[in-house]
Design a protein around this ligand. Structure first.
Ligand SMILES: Cc1cc2nc3c(=O)[nH]c(=O)nc-3n(C[C@H](O)[C@H](O)[C@H](O)COP(=O)(O)OP(=O)(O)OC[C@H]3O[C@@H](n4cnc5c(N)ncnc54)[C@H](O)[C@@H]3O)c2cc1C
Length: 434
């Protein structure tokens, strides 16, 4: 049997500028590209119309339509990861498995198990840096401990950046790079995976709207403007290369670059402190006496709090799977401070709904809002949703887009009065942190 190498797609669903794929091809052996629909992971996408599943499915189909020109395809499996590798080593002579590193705590455990199994079969496992510019261990303080504050982290990030970090790993593809296609290994239908294709979901390939990036600093905080890149989902599933994003940012906008650095900062925090996926980074915040009122939580989820900016944001999320960043900050602050509902409830709701959901970024930002994360907003900083609306949606354009019938005089009354809620939060937080 011919010796081959495997390339395993995960959070890097693209053929261009893909570090692991580049190295797999460089071996000179035929590459078998694979993707695994792991039932354990699919369980997390419990909504049968989940747009994220449709998104990465479409991305895989697009890769397949390109690979078809090279008489190849991504071989897809619908099984547990370990079972797939157990079968693969039986049916092929594999010398190495190539992939790109995934830094989430569960992914690291999974990859450790795969690597051990493959090592027992004398098969190498190579996981490349592709999803980030700097891996967590590459940017440490002088005493070799992780940064817990963004500003010095970002300073070091910028000072260490070289052209080498921004290389483009795109290769001109050739048919003889890949294991030839077999008829029986096409992409399974979404229906066979248990999902529906919703007609209205049609994601475009990510493009850089240069005017958006150029005007980002001035416009990014105004939710009525289409002024942020919407690349979150592409970065999450790797349909865009982060190196390409950084190259754009360096040419066009410093503020946008800072956001990409926030992304890596939160990824590094989760990597170094995996407990923070479920627990407060600052442990003393576990003492907060949350009210956790379920009726109020439901009103928040549905966008019926009586605060129009909060409600518009939640309705945008429920209808589209997206919410503008400024509004995410306002709704998160409202949930944890005004309603005193545990940030984990909000984090879980966002995880279910956000197309660009990413564990490290979601947890990092929720803990930022609750005050319990690293470099978080101090607990006494409580957004006033009405003032935020006056500042960032003065003409009510965003609000009227998501609540078309909105009229100030007839709108549902607030479920909690701002001044009372603010004072209550200050007391509860102070009590917990004394
Ligand atoms: C409570 C809360 C939860 C969030 N959950 C997520 C999440 O699950 N996934 C997610 O990608 N972003 C999350 N964010 C961060 C931010 O809101 C989104 O990244 C951004 O709104 C996505 O829109 P965009 O792609 O147009 O981003 P742009 O504004 O165009 O930014 C470009 C990219 O930079 C990164 N970025 C931007 N802002 C942040 C930030 N505050 N923290 C870390 N990275 C950032 C993202 O990868 C983003 O796609 C959250 C923010 C808050 C306040």
């Amino acid at each position: 049997m011919e010796e081959i190498v495997v390339f395993w797609f995960r959070r890097d669903i693209r053929l261009q500028d893909n570090v692991g794929l580049y190295h797999a091809i460089q071996t000179g052996k035929k590459v078998l590209p694979i993707f695994i629909f792991d039932p354990d992971i699919l369980l997390k996408f419990s909504d049968k119309e989940d747009k994220r599943v449709v998104y990465f499915y479409q991305a895989l189909a697009q890769i397949n339509s390109i690979l078809k020109q090279y008489n190849s395809q991504v071989v897809c499996y619908h099984d547990r990861v370990m079972t797939v590798f157990e079968q693969l080593v039986q049916t092929h002579t594999i010398t190495a498995v190539y992939t790109n590193a995934d830094y989430e705590p569960e992914a690291r455990k999974r990859d450790g198990a795969v690597q051990t199994f493959l090592a027992q079969q004398q098969i190498a496992f190579y996981a490349y840096k592709d999803q980030v510019i700097f891996e967590a261990h590459e940017l440490l303080k002088s005493d070799q401990t992780p940064y817990k504050v963004y500003t010095p982290y970002a300073k070091l990030w910028r000072s260490r950046l070289t052209a080498q970090h921004l290389l483009d790993w795109t290769l001109a593809l050739k048919a003889d790079y890949f294991v030839a296609k077999k008829e029986d290994a096409t992409l399974p239908s979404l229906a066979s995976l248990g999902y529906k294709t919703t007609e209205e979901v049609h994601f475009k390939s990510p493009v850089f709207g240069s005017h958006i990036i150029q005007n980002y600093t001035a416009n990014r905080d105004f939710p009525a403007l289409d002024a942020t890149t919407r690349l979150g989902i592409a970065l999450r599933f790797g349909t865009v290369s982060v190196r390409a994003c950084v190259r754009q940012a360096l040419q066009a906008n410093e503020t946008w670059l800072s956001q990409l650095i926030w992304r890596e900062f939160f990824m590094a925090i989760l990597y170094h402190y995996p407990y923070s996926a479920r627990a407060c980074f600052k442990r003393e915040y576990e003492n907060i006496q949350w009210r956790n009122n379920e009726t109020e939580f439901e009103a928040w989820c549905k966008g019926e709090t009586g605060y129009p900016l909060v409600d518009a944001g939640m309705r945008e999320l429920n209808q589209t799977g997206y919410m503008h960043n400024r509004v995410r900050m306002v709704v998160a602050s409202f949930l944890v401070k005004h309603l005193l509902i545990d940030w984990r409830w909000g984090e879980a709701y966002f995880a279910q709904k956000l197309n660009d959901y990413d564990l490290a970024l979601n947890v990092g930002n929720w803990q930022w809002a609750a005050g319990c994360g690293c470099d978080a907003a101090p607990y006494f900083r409580i957004f006033n949703p009405t003032e935020q609306q006056k500042k960032f949606d003065k003409e009510l354009k965003y609000i009227k887009k998501w609540i078309p019938q909105y009229e100030e005089s007839t709108y549902i009354p607030p479920i909690v009065e701002h001044k009372l809620a603010r004072e209550r939060a200050l007391v509860v937080f102070k009590q917990a942190l004394k």
